[in-house]
Design a protein around this ligand. Structure first.
Ligand SMILES: [Zn+2]
Length: 58
């Protein structure tokens, strides 16, 4: 049995939106399972529109 326990969530420091890699970002055309580190550099928070540099891991 495989347990996925490497869920790393990244929170937007502005609006507190949480990016969950396992869920992806359907609105931003990010497929589920995409690690935050692999998001394109021009990816923006789907809620408030800030860049990746405003996110921190939680
Ligand atoms: Zn945000």
């Amino acid at each position: 049995m495989t347990v996925v326990d490497e869920t790393v969530e990244w929170m937007c420091g502005v609006c507190r939106y949480v990016y969950v890699a396992q869920a992806g970002d359907p609105k931003g055309n990010i497929l589920p399972g995409k690690p935050f580190e692999d998001l394109p550099d021009d990816w923006l928070c789907p809620v408030c529109g800030v860049g990746k540099e405003k996110f921190f891991d939680v």
